[in-house]
Ligand binder design. Structure first.
Ligand SMILES: *Cc1c(COP(=O)(O)O)cnc(C)c1O
Length: 378
């Protein structure tokens, strides 16, 4: 055996065959207008920055609060629930992973891709989500040795009506875990809580509502996590609350489900500075509500301008826009904009390759985007 074959054999076959998640680029190009990963264009509130600065001293040698108790207390007060109904994670991504590990049974050691071994995967080992949505979900399923069942969204990224579900051959009501991204990413489409509620009621397993973008939407479904036995809502401090760098997200849901997830997290899963920043954020929500208003205004302005330039712009309830550009294909636009120091996201997959996803930046950044698009169209 060659050296490589030997070292390869030490790695589990599941891991050898794994296609990892591909995050958006974080390039260091001076003057770049970065509209590719839905980061908030504004800084955290001055009070949050002050709180983080004040926490940077000799106490860095101490372990942080293992359960983020104070932060959970504040979140419980905010959402009108008990502290035991809250779990804080190292970003929403950790919450999503914990949900897979807590509710989904890995299929016993297998060779080769799961889909070939199990044409109809066993429901306890099944993760499903509507697609297109967050491309991390299938990766989390694969990492865990579970199967992933993609259920196509309807025309223009609509959720199916609950009454249609039983006619949808892809939908598996028995799936152990179903992810619903609401509002949807990457389309930006918002969904009515009543429609989500009806889908949750028809699911036999756990439904996790990924509400990363809910602060930019007209409604959210948090009340379902406080009333339905099988519903968990996941939120993030990253995009809406300007804390991507510090990695804090959380889950709200029924006590038995949340307590089960707690058992699987790392003892100190949320870093101390992240806890400090998230607590200070909750003490200054007014700053962020103003921020959401500004972003929504800039989003709607940009949508209008791009529509006037012949782009198809999907209605958005998030801090990004999915567009089908006029003129050359989306992939070409991606490169041309990049050459002009504007970075957007282009997903080179069969269902999304016609579109660009553009995060909402500051008004100045979006004016530059519109001007550049105008110039490139000529
Ligand atoms: C960005 C994003 C996340 C991850 O958020 P973090 O808190 O930064 O881990 C989860 N879900 C969706 C849909 C996202 O867009």
């Amino acid at each position: 055996m060659t050296r490589n074959a030997v070292t390869d054999s030490w790695v589990r076959s599941l891991v050898r065959n794994l296609q990892p998640y591909v995050p958006g680029e974080q390039p260091r190009i001076k003057g770049l207008i970065k509209l590719n990963t839905n980061e908030n264009p504004y800084p955290p509130s001055p009070r949050v920055l002050e709180a983080v600065r004040a926490a940077v001293d000799g106490r860095l040698r101490l372990y942080p609060d293992p359960t983020a108790e104070r932060l959970r207390e504040k979140l419980a007060r905010l959402h009108g629930c008990e502290v035991d109904q809250i779990l804080v994670g190292n970003g929403a991504d950790e919450i999503l992973r914990l949900a897979v590990h807590t509710f989904v049974e890995p299929v016993a050691a297998q060779r080769g891709p799961l889909s070939r071994r199990y044409l109809v995967p066993p429901a306890p080992a099944l993760v499903q989500s509507f697609v297109p949505s967050y491309s991390l979900y299938p990766v989390l399923a694969a990492q865990h040795g579970a199967a992933f069942n993609p259920v196509p969204l309807q025309l223009e990224f609509a959720l199916p009506e609950a009454s249609q579900l039983r006619f949808l051959k892809e939908w598996q009501p028995q799936a152990a875990l179903t992810f619903i991204t609401t509002p949807n990413a990457p389309s930006g489409r918002g969904y009515a809580t009543a429609q989500i509620e009806a889908i949750c009621a028809r699911s036999k397993g756990v439904v996790l509502l990924d509400e990363t973008y809910a602060d930019f939407a007209q409604e959210n479904a948090l009340r379902l996590a406080l009333s339905q036995p099988n519903v968990i809502v996941c939120r993030s401090f990253s995009k809406a609350y300007c804390l991507c760098f510090l990695r804090v997200g959380y889950a709200v849901g029924p006590k038995p489900l949340i307590q089960a997830m707690h058992k699987l997290r790392d003892s100190y899963n949320v870093n101390g500075l992240g806890q400090v920043a998230a607590e200070a954020t909750l003490d200054d929500l007014r700053y962020y509500r103003d921020n959401f208003r500004k972003i929504i205004e800039t989003r709607d302005w940009t949508a209008q301008r791009l529509t006037e330039l012949g782009f198809r712009v999907f209605p958005s309830q998030t801090n990004f826009l999915l567009v089908r550009p006029a003129g050359p294909p989306a992939g070409e636009w991606f490169h041309k904009l990049r050459d002009n120091r504007i970075l957007v996201r282009w997903f080179d997959t069969h269902d999304l390759s016609e579109y660009l996803r553009i995060s909402v930046g500051t008004p100045e950044e979006m004016e530059t985007l519109v001007k550049t698009v105008k110039r490139l169209l000529r």
